[in-house]
Every structure is written in C-alpha cells, then in structure tokens.
Ligand binder design. Sequence first.
Ligand code: ADP
Ligand code: ZN
Length: 736
Amino acid sequence: MSERFQVVERVYRAGDLVGVLTTEPLGRVLDYRAPEGGCGDGDFVEVPLGPRRVLGVVWGPGRGDFDPARIRPVNRVLDARPMRAELRSFLTRAAEYTLTPLPAMLRLATRTPGLGEPASMRRVYRLAGPVPNQLTEARHRVVEALRAFGGLPVTLGELVEAAACGASVVKGLVKLGVVAEEDAPRDTPYPRLQAAKGMRLEGDQVAAGDALVADVARGAYAATLLKGVTGSGKTEVYLEAVAECLRQGRQALVLLPEIALTAEFLTRVEARFGAKPAEWHSGVTMTERRRLWRMVSEGGAELVVGARSALFLPFRDLGLIVVDEEHDTSYKQEEGVLYNARDMAVLRAAICGCPVVLASATPSLETWANVEAGKYRRLDLGSRYGAAEMPEMRAIDMRAEKLPGDRWISETLAGKVRDVVARGEQALLFLNRRGFAPVTLCRACGHQVGCDHCDARMVEHRFQKRLVCHQCGATKPVPVACPSCGVEGRMAAVGPGVERLAEEVAVRFPDARVAVLSSDLFGSARALKEKIAEISAGGADIIIGTQIVAKGHNFPLLTLVGVIDADLGLQGSDLRAAERTFQLMRQVAGRAGRTAERKGEAWLQTHQPEHPVIRAILGGDEEAFWRAEAAERRASGVPPYGRMAGIILSSTDVAQVFDFGGELARRIEPLRRIGAEVWGPAPAPIARVRGRHRVRLLVKAEKGAPLQAAIAEWLAQFKLPRDLRLAVDIDPQSFL
Ligand code: ADP
Ligand code: ZN
C-alpha cells in the first residue's frame, strides 16, 4: 500500500509537552505531558479537562506557553489507529475555509460510538484438531456445520442453530480439542470487492472511462466534471475508475446526495463487484457505524458509499472521491458546521493527492465556472446509453387553460396522462410542495394560520390531520374557528401540495394506481426505498412526487412527466433561482423515457411561457443558458465570480440581535481593507425560527480577496452577548 502523504510524524517520550486538540469548544489546542510509554502525532488520547476526561487527538508538540506546574499528563492513548496527517491537515484547512472552530471540525471526524474502547470481541468457534471416527450423531452435526461454514469463524448461537443441538455438545467438542473456541474482533472487514470487468463502455464512455482510470493509476490530484444526461452512463464510467482504484489496493469514496438513492446504487455495486460496499449515513446502525469507522481506518473497507459526512472518515489510503449529482443542494450542510461537501471533497482530494470526479447532468454554475477557468477538466457523455433521448419538453400555457380554483391539472396534461396510462406506461406529476395545502386561510377575515415560533405559514398535512411548520416542525390541529376573528367553519385550504394533487388524481383517474412520493410520508429511508423499488417494477400508473423523485431514481416505464407549477422556483430573490429551476426541471424531465424502447415527453405548466428561464429549459440549449447566467452573475460580481459570506445572528431578544448587528456593521475596517462590502443588518427572510429572532449581514468581496482572514479579524473585535448566536456561512447557498 502506498503512503502518499509523507510527513514527519513526531513521536513524544513520556513527559514531553504535546498539544492535544479536543472536541470541547475551547479556543486552542491544549498542552499536556505525554503519558507513560509516550505517544505520537495523530494518536487518539483521553485527557483530563477540569474534573472530566475528554477525547482528543495529539496535534503536534505543545506550545509551552502555559504554567508548567499546571500541565497534566495524558491519561491514556486510545486503542484506535492514529489520525493520519492527511486527515488532520484536511480538518485544519476545512476549518480555516469555513471559519469553523477546529474542535467542531474534529467532532465531525469522531462521530462513531465506542471510539477508543478496546476492539469489541466475540467468542467464535472453528474446527481445530483431527476429527475422531466415533462421534455421536449430535457431535457429527456440529462438525458438519463447521465444515459448511468453510473455516469462517462462527458464534455459538449460529453453530447451535446450524447443527440443531445444545450448547453442551459444542463445549464437549471443545474439551476434546476437536473444536477451538477463541475471541475474535466483532468488527470484521467488509467482503472483498472483485474488480472484474464491468459493462463494455461505448461511444463517449470509452474516452471518459480511460481518462478517469488513467487519473486513478497516476494517483495524483485531478478534478473532473463528468457531465451527461441521466442515463448516459456516468455511473458506469465512474465505476470503472472505482475498479482501477481497487486494483491499486486503495480505497474509494462515492458520495450520494440522498439516502434513498443508495439502495439502487448498492445493488448495482453488488452486481458489478460481487459484494456490497460499506454504507455510511444517518440511517446506519451504531454497531455498523463502529465497524465501518474502524474498518475504513484499517483498510478493511475498500469502497464507502455515503452521505456528506462520509468525507470525514479516517480512510487509510483514499485513492478516489466521486461526488454524484454534484449540483445537489443537499450537499450543503445548513446546520451546525456550515460546509459544502462538494467543495470539501475537492479539498480532501487535493490534500490526499487523489482524483475527484464531480458527476452531474446539470452541473452547478460553480463547477461550470471552474471548468471554464481551466481548474477542472470536463468529460462529456453525449447521448443516452443506447438510443433513448432526452424527452421532448413543451410548455402548457396556463393562462389559456380554464381551471376551476380547486384543480391543478390542466385538460391538456390530463389528456396526456390518460393516453400514457392506457398504454400501460407511467406518468409522473411533479409538484415541489409537501403536504396538502401551503396556506390555511380564514375566508371571513383573511387571516392565515402561522407558526407560533417562526415567521412561517403552517402547511396542512391531511394524512396527519395537522398543520405543520416546515421550519421548526411544530404542529397543531387544523382549527375549526379562526384563531384571529373566531368565526367558525370558514377556514379554507389554499393552493396545492402533493397530497391535494393526489385527491384530484383519485377523482379524475379513478382506475389508476397512484403512488405519492414525498419525504414526509415515509417513516424510514427503508420504507421509501421499498416504495421506489415497487414503482420501478411497475407498481403504480401515476406517480405524484416532490423533488425526491428528481434525484436519479430509475423508473423504466415512465414516459410522461407533467410539471404542475414550473414557475414555483422562479419566485423569490435567491440568486440561484434560475439555476435551480433549470436544473430541477431538467432533472425531473430526465426521469421520462430512460430506456431505448420508449420515448418520453415532459410538459411544463406555466403562467409565463416567455420567461427566459422557461424558454431556456424548453429550448434545451444548456450551454447558452449557462453562458447567459454566468454573464449576469459576472456583471453583478456574485458567486461564482465574486465571494460572499452570510453572517446570521439569532437571539430570543429582538432588540439585542439588531443592536449587535448594527455594531458589527459599524466596525468593518478589516473588511474595508480587502475592498469588501457589507449589507445589512436586515431581518432574515424567515425572521423568526423556533422563537429566535434572526438577522443577517451579507459580506461581498472580489473573487481573489482573502475573505476568511478578513472576517476572522473583523469578528475578533466583538464579544458576543450571552444569548446571542453567530454563524458564519461562507459561500451561502440559501438565504433564508
Ligand atoms: P447515469 O449515471 O448517467 O444516469 P447510468 O450509468 O446509470 O447513467 O446508465 C444508465 C443505464 O444504462 C444503466 O442501466 C446502465 O447499466 C446502462 N448502461 C450504461 N452504459 C452501458 C454500457 N456501456 N453497456 C451496457 N449498459 C450500459
Ligand atoms: Zn415553526
């Protein structure tokens, strides 16, 4: 195995001063004395902190600026592989980039149960000595069972079950020396993947595959945009790079934006490599997490498929990172440590010295600009694999459709749905709104029911029979009397959500089998996965879905996509509104006609068919759209052609949060020096969440400006009032 990241790892003798980074929110790395037996850089240690013992990592020599008499020794070095210099360096750089305190960064990299506990053991059995000829029937069954396990260690429970005997029979054989009883680590390596041949690449796939394989073989940093419409074979191509990585004996990481996507992917990896890869996301059990974390660090996991937090795993020798659906907004972590996993993946690859592949049908403008600037290479997969094309896209002008107020599907679209269902194919009706209705309104006084803790309207969820706040999750019953004027029986649901659309579909297509896909309607990721598999297999005629359907699922029978409200994303002032709408509409449309035999169509219901974004979507001239969008952003100096940072202040005290915001805006000398502008303080678009008032400032600077350093210097001038929280959001994606 190659060790590319060569640095001097210092070793400390007992009593030497060492710096230890802990996960406690302290301003600095603390000095300790190396314990009996010494320690080394990267060692996981337990150190005393006040009356407590906390987890830490040896982070270089001590600074020696602390009273030597008060420096305490490290309690013990934990039983875990030391954190490699590569990961330490990544955490440091990521912390600097996102202006996150290092302890919070370390917390992301230590999210595993039982870290530092001795490896958990279990008692296992195997055949040991010669088997005597004369054995009782039961003993014979035990021997046969062990043979059947082919030398793999077996637990007593498994053995007793397989041999259909009592535990005493096994123990008897142990006494005879026929069976060995021993302790083995509970966390076992993942099955080896076989880097056998995949599908034969064709057309553009060949050159793309070759280029990525060459990158992996070279083992150096290289960033690539792998662009191609859904179904063009991007996954197939990057799996070739994964295969090469496995041949090199190095580890690969594939990031996916959505847990629901992993099921399909795992099956695919199993078909390609003969076993499932290791899986890392919030739905994975604690036991499995502990196993994965340990195995990743020891090299017992070759391929990890995971959510964004998988970026912080302690890989022993990472040789490739793939970020699939790189444009996806869920790569941006919007709570706690604010980071964009796509950007951090590029950073980690650069530090590791390994290739990174960003795959998408609709790349983000950031990535597009990095290609233009020559920082990323671009590989294009031209058409869909086989003959299937991107579906034809057309607009339905809703101004010409006479729809009653409680209907959302135009006659034109309904006619298409009928045809498709009659042919035994599937139709998808897309509406990016969860719940039944976005607004509950009193027809007597006009009052709209809002959340008690947030400045947000509550959304009716009819399946739950409650109103739900999509900001904080608070719920309440749908009121009979208006909370404002008290008049009874005049509360009305206004506007559509997917649940309401489902009602309309049930009335208008009574014979069709309908499936609603919305993240809140499934109790678990597994339930959602199962539903998706059922639909793929033809278990529904009409699918109604929110944006979770836009993300890469494969529905072979789907030939019609109807977008209920294509204008939805264009409202609001988000600088990425056009980009998002463009991506989403193309992704959704890409669900239709994914196979060669069936051709798909996509119909967009819109009130503004001549809007430039809608026209660009329909025209399908992506490059023209990106160029126009880039020109506009360049002209106004916004990302990716300028830099931005959001400062979000929140407090239960509205006066305090505005006062402090004003104070920040007055003393901006460090920002002025780099030519940055400051906007605000202004109430955030959602000015109150969970009872906390929110105020935003926006810092804008030129592309090359040292923004983080200036912000750090600026904020260092202030002392935060006690109840006030301040978060810095570098490269903000959301302006809520
Ligand atoms: P994408 O990741 O771009 O959406 P996929 O890699 O999932 O595309 O490919 C779409 C479908 O086409 C998959 O079912 C895949 O197995 C199949 N496919 C792609 N390339 C090939 C190939 N060269 N030979 C056979 N099947 C292929
Ligand atoms: Zn709320």
